[in-house]
Design a protein around this ligand. Structure first.
Ligand code: NCD
Length: 308
């Protein structure tokens, strides 16, 4: 299996073998990710970051991954300082940046933008989030976290929060279906998982159920994956206000939890997890954000041809 020059666009494009091919080398790269060992695996390689939406973790963990492996990063930076402010199209920007780099990470509000970009250039495009579509590299690190902190096969997992607009849960569902997961979907009725995704999951022969509250599922699940209500994707701010505080994980709620429960969140959190939960054995979200570094190191090394 070779990943050299592979575009990373949607979790629908990935088999279990392909996912494991990315997750397996990440563990060996952890000491380098922590700065305990040095590496020049990506010496001379250039990664471009084109972010048309805010980002802290995705952008900075890609940067860290390149720096720790001896590579370099080109950052588009603020849009006002680029030719996009003069009206240059995304397509032209991608073609130009393709000539400067060995791979491009693109985050853009429009669903399908990463796929479109991948049809314009031969250097690999990594989808860093396309609107409410997919966020495959978040899913790789989420799976790695589940594997390291809980267990992958047949895991009992609840996905809670904004399942309509949340791209991290859209991508994660497809991947979980390959590992026989038992998935419970918990959201306000306005923010249910799109029917198209539920239909796809049902064809995979896994157990998918819906629940109205976390209380119903907390004693049973092994992983609780919490997401932020995606305020920026609501066409009407009044609709956002109706659901804004529909989810809150508190120490009180966790009294009934499975003792092995791991709580994950792609972050940023808005108000979904009470900060007092951070000190409990259940909290896993800051470890999860760190795991983005070894996972992105593995992925970049594979697509840039430095690892087989
Ligand atoms: C997520 C995203 O951008 O989709 N953040 C991330 O990449 N870790 C989640 C979010 O913004 O809610």
């Amino acid at each position: 299996m070779t990943f050299k020059d592979l575009h990373i666009i949607s979790m629908k494009d990935f088999s279990r073998d392909m996912i494991d091919h990315i997750l397996n080398p990440a563990e060996k790269l952890e000491p380098i990710a922590r700065g305990m060992e040095k590496s020049d695996l990506l010496d001379g390689k250039v990664l471009s970051l084109l972010f048309f939406e805010p980002s802290t973790r995705t952008r900075m963990s890609f940067e860290t991954a390149m720096i720790r492996l001896g590579g370099q990063v080109l950052n588009l930076g603020s849009l006002e300082a680029t030719s996009i402010a003069k009206g240059e199209t995304l397509a032209d920007t991608i073609r130009v940046v393709g000539g400067y780099s060995d791979a491009i990470v693109l985050r853009h509000p429009k669903e399908g933008s990463a796929r479109m970009a991948s049809e314009l250039v031969s250097v690999p495009i990594i989808n860093g989030g396309d609107g409410a579509g997919h966020h495959p590299t978040q899913t790789f690190l989420d799976l790695y976290t589940i594997r390291r902190e809980s267990h992958m096969d047949n895991v009992k997992i609840a996905l809670a929060g904004d399942l309509k607009y949340g791209r991290t849960v859209h991508s994660l569902c497809y991947a979980l279906s390959l590992y026989g997961a038992e998935i419970t979907l918990v959201s306000p009725k306005e923010l249910r998982m799109p029917d198209e995704i539920i239909t796809d999951l049902k064809t995979c022969d896994i157990k998918v159920t819906q629940a109205d509250s976390i209380e119903e599922v907390i004693s049973n699940v092994e992983v609780l994956y919490v997401t932020r209500i995606q305020k920026e994707r609501f066409p009407d701010p009044a609709e956002y206000q109706k659901v804004a505080s529909s989810l809150l994980i508190t120490p009180q709620l966790l009294k009934k939890a499975n003792p092995e429960l791991k709580i994950m969140h792609p972050l940023p959190r808005a108000n979904e997890i009470d900060p007092r939960v951070d000190k409990t054995e259940h909290a896993c979200y800051f470890k999860q954000s760190f795991y983005g570094v070894p996972i992105r190191m593995a992925l970049l090394s594979l697509i840039m041809g430095a690892l087989e």
